[in-house]
Design a binder for this molecule. Structure first.
Ligand SMILES: Cc1cc2nc3c(=O)[nH]c(=O)nc-3n(C[C@H](O)[C@H](O)[C@H](O)COP(=O)(O)OP(=O)(O)OC[C@H]3O[C@@H](n4cnc5c(N)ncnc54)[C@H](O)[C@@H]3O)c2cc1C
Length: 394
């Protein structure tokens, strides 16, 4: 076994970073691991909708990194990476701190992508991190006392757009006329058919308007301009929430690492090309030959677990193994008390799915907060668990 003096540095402690750190610690407790994140708290993004609706409180979904990592016996540093010098194996941080590493694992996730559409940054709310959540929540609260309905637009009919539209409708009953604007000809284009159909029904029941085949051209403080077929329309808006896309958070990359679609290209062992001691996982990484994988917590966690095993193999001077994605399905929240699940051949919708989703997440949250013992795929438990839930419920 090779011994190392410098630490393994993990930059970004979201789903990928947290998983690789805790798995590595479990596999080899003597390894020196340093985790760095620019934020104070982890955010369990799939449950942000429930924080907005106050079905869950902030503390339940956003534990402090210092608590998580002290429980795991891993050193945590709050700092923001600004530059990497791959050849020298050196990281530079925003306060001029410099750290040398033995191995580096990059997992800095995504930020919202406004695609340079005019007025988006200035006039839209986003829903990608804790700050976005707090900002949107406090802004929407002022509409509680309004008596006339306001126009709320959600841009993008992916999971985030559909989930947030349903949730806001249920929280702020009769306060908003909600419309989702989508540039393609369907909602949830990359999701499971069952979830798409359930989402369509959920939107219809709530009278949420879906404007398909429409591209947002510009957003001002009162109007939203969309191009629908060949016609330009200026619509009155009171609130616009932009969920149309994300881009990898890679502001610190200024060297010639191979990138594809703006993401760092890694080989199937999750190594960055030309830098075998450097790895990238989660939303920032694209695996050569597996370019179609979506950016999800499920994938970030599977990659985290896989990478921990590969690093252990590296120290044993054995060959690293290729990553293989196991599709454990997906869960979508559809308003207060409703959800849709399509996982491992099982489909569930409505209140039962909401309860199953809540139990699946709830059963895993304490692991994150207390010790992260189980970093296996806790987004989706195995079919047997879901079957048990079905059998228990009326
Ligand atoms: C509202 C919402 C709902 C979602 N729902 C689901 C779902 O139901 N199922 C699912 O599978 N996926 C879901 N996702 C997607 C999922 O959350 C992401 O794919 C996942 O978080 C990616 O993991 P990651 O480790 O790559 O990045 P993240 O989890 O985003 O973590 C990145 C970390 O890096 C840190 N960081 C960034 N830059 C720096 C820097 N320069 N220096 C130091 N630290 C830095 C950040 O602070 C953050 O903690 C959802 C996303 C959102 C926004």
């Amino acid at each position: 076994m090779k011994s190392i003096k410098k630490p393994i540095v993990i930059v970004g402690a979201g789903f990928g970073g947290l998983t690789v750190a805790s798995s590595l610690k479990r596999l080899n407790p003597s390894l020196p691991i340093l985790v760095v994140d620019s934020e104070e708290k982890f955010i369990f993004k799939p449950l942000m909708y429930e924080v907005l609706s106050e079905e869950l409180s902030m503390w339940e979904t956003a534990p402090e990194f210092s608590n998580i990592f002290s429980n795991l016996g891993i050193t945590f540093l709050r700092n923001s990476l600004t530059k990497i010098r791959f050849d020298e194996k050196v990281l530079e941080f925003c306060d001029e701190l410099i750290i040398s590493y033995e191995l580096v694992i990059l997992c800095t996730g995504s930020v919202s992508n406004s695609f340079s559409v005019k007025g988006v940054d200035e006039n839209c709310y986003f829903f990608n991190n804790l700050n976005d959540l707090k900002k949107l929540k406090s802004f929407l609260q002022k509409f509680q006392n309004y008596t006339t309905k306001k126009n709320l637009f959600v841009i993008g009919a992916g999971p985030s757009g559909v989930e947030i539209a349903c949730k806001i409708n249920d929280i702020y009953k009769n306060k908003f006329v909600i419309s989702i604007v989508e540039k393609s000809n369907e909602i949830l284009g990359r999701n499971k058919i069952f979830n798409r159909e359930e989402a369509e029904k959920a939107l219809e029941r709530r009278k949420i308007k879906v404007i398909l085949n429409s591209t947002v051209q510009q957003i001002s403080d009162q109007k939203i301009r969309i191009l629908d077929d060949s016609e330009i329309k200026d619509l009155d808006q009171d609130v616009v929430i932009w969920t149309a896309g994300v881009k990898p958070n890679l502001s610190y990359i200024n060297e010639q690492v191979t990138q594809k679609d703006g993401r760092i290209q890694v080989n199937e062992k999750l190594q960055i090309e030309n830098y075998i001691n450097s790895f990238a996982i989660g939303d920032i990484a694209i695996i050569k030959g597996m370019e179609d994988l979506p950016v999800t917590a499920q994938i970030a966690m599977q990659q985290g677990n896989h990478l921990a095993k590969n690093i252990e193999l590296l120290f044993q001077e054995k060959d690293l193994l290729p990553f293989d994605f196991e599709d454990n399905g997906e869960m979508i929240s559809l308003g207060i008390g409703e959800a849709s699940i399509s996982a491992l051949g099982v489909t569930l919708s409505g209140k039962l799915a909401f309860e199953a989703r809540r139990l699946i997440y709830a059963s895993k949250m304490p692991d994150i907060i207390k010790s992260l013992k189980s970093t296996a795929s806790w987004l989706f438990q195995k079919k047997s668990t879901i079957n048990n839930l079905i059998n228990k419920k009326p």
